[in-house]
Design a protein around this ligand. Structure first.
Ligand code: NDP
Ligand code: MG
Length: 390
């Protein structure tokens, strides 16, 4: 019997980091629809009310809030229940290493996920990975470690789930090309000049997906697609020149693999994150899921375009960061994180996001094969540099 599989109950136990966010709440919706899943532990940043409601509904044995004061508040609120309330990085690490559960859903945002993800792999857990920043910055540590421990990294990101489903176990040497689709976001077809006056509200209007604020801005700049190129490189072991971004405004083809014999296999469906979440949680099974089906007659046509490298500088910079490798993807990611936060706070304009990323990258001296401490130090320095600049 595997770790976390409780025979009597026959339920698969999962833990979720970032349970109060967009991916976290949709993961809990999947759990609600599948009594064979059980939640062992939950973690969130600061949303005490929502985490309390989740604890009452899903009865985990442990939960974690980032700050100790929020944890203390939560402890009082749920004192009638048998649940251990933890806090901070120690709490995340304790949850990641809990013996009971089997799959860790990393639905936290940012590089804060690196250490708990590594701890979970060390403890032999499979990872349902949404937190792409961990792979972008520490893929060179996470992927070999997962292989060594014999655990699976199951993609939750919709494009990577589509690639994973299209591959269906075929080895990497049969891949000729990965076709990574992108909706193009709210600014597809615009010129750089037209984007000078973009406001926060404009950038938060994604045409097809409803997501957290940071990733929604990343979709508008196409930095998200750049992060996904790096994520695909690590997940599927494919060189950068064999990962092609294809703008597909309808978001029905979630990505595809072109094999060495020219066959292209894709996964299509309505844009709904519950499908990739559910696929990761039950892999290699495929379970029923209710919801609207993609009706090809209703859709009529699916279209494809090349991304515009002038309007979407962020995508170009991502390829550069990936090619330079080592600590450069960390600098790309950290500079973007900080710039997006400043943009959301209305401290900088939209076009300054790629400008700041480029400046941070230009001054950085690449560390090849950085250790976790060096990655986190590069993140800290980049955040500091951007704060000084602005
Ligand atoms: P959200 O901002 O909606 O949610 C983030 C979650 O992380 C919240 O639960 C938040 O808690 C929690 N969190 C933040 N900081 C901490 C911390 N220090 N300690 C513990 N928990 C913390 O983000 P998304 O769900 O949109 O994205 C999550 C990840 O998934 C990102 O890496 C994103 O790139 C990726 N992803 C998201 C997709 C989507 O559709 N949303 C699609 C593909 C990938 P709190 O609410 O309490 O602050
Ligand atoms: Mg995606």
């Amino acid at each position: 019997m595997r770790n976390g599989e409780n025979k009597e109950a026959g339920r698969k136990e999962i833990a979720i980091l970032g349970s109060t966010g967009s991916i976290g709440t949709q993961t809990l919706e999947v759990v609600r629809n599948h009594p064979e899943l059980r939640v062992t532990a939950l973690a969130a940043g600061s949303n005490v009310e929502r985490l309390e409601a989740q604890i009452r509904e899903f009865k985990p044995c442990a939960a974690c809030m980032w700050s100790e004061s929020a944890a203390a508040d939560l402890r009082t609120r749920v004192s009638d229940l048998d649940v251990k309330i933890l806090s901070g990085m120690d709490g995340l690490m304790e949850i990641a290493s809990m013996p009971r559960y089997r799959i860790l859903v990393t639905a936290i945002v940012g590089m804060i996920g690196i250490r708990p993800t590594i701890a979970a792999i060390e403890a032999g857990k499979d990872i349902a990975l949404a937190n792409k920043e961990t792979l972008v910055t520490a893929g060179h540590i996470i992927m070999p470690l997962a292989r060594k421990r014999g655990v699976s990294i199951l993609p939750v990101d919709s494009e990577h789930s589509a690639i994973f489903q299209s591959l269906n176990g075929e080895p990497a040497d049969r891949i000729e090309k990965i076709l990574l689709t992108a909706s193009g976001g709210p600014f597809r077809g615009k010129t750089k000049e037209q984007l000078a006056a973009v406001k926060v509200e404009d950038a938060l209007m994604h045409p097809n997906w409803s997501m957290g604020r940071k990733i929604t801005v990343d979709s508008a700049t196409m930095v998200n697609k750049g992060l996904e190129v790096m994520e695909a490189k690590w997940l599927f072991g494919v060189d950068l020149d064999r990962i092609q971004v294809v703008v597909h405004p309808q978001s029905i083809v979630h990505s595809a693999v072109q094999f060495v014999d020219g066959a292209i296999i894709a996964q299509l469906g309505m844009p709904d994150m519950k499908l990739p979440i559910q696929y990761a949680l039950f892999y290699p099974d495929r379970k029923p899921m209710a919801g609207k089906r993609a009706d090809l007659f209703e859709l009529g046509q699916l279209t494809f375009e090349r991304p515009d490298p002038d309007t979407f500088q962020g995508l170009k910079l991502a390829y550069r960061a990936a090619a330079e490798g080592g600590s450069m993807p960390t600098v790309f990611n950290a500079a973007n994180e900080k710039a997006v936060a400043l943009f959301l706070d209305r401290k900088i304009g939209y076009l300054q996001i790629p400008e700041l990323i480029e400046k941070a990258m230009d001054r950085h001296k690449v560390i090849a094969d950085p250790a976790v401490e060096q990655i986190l130090e590069a993140e800290r320095q980049t955040h500091e540099y951007i704060s000084e600049l602005v």
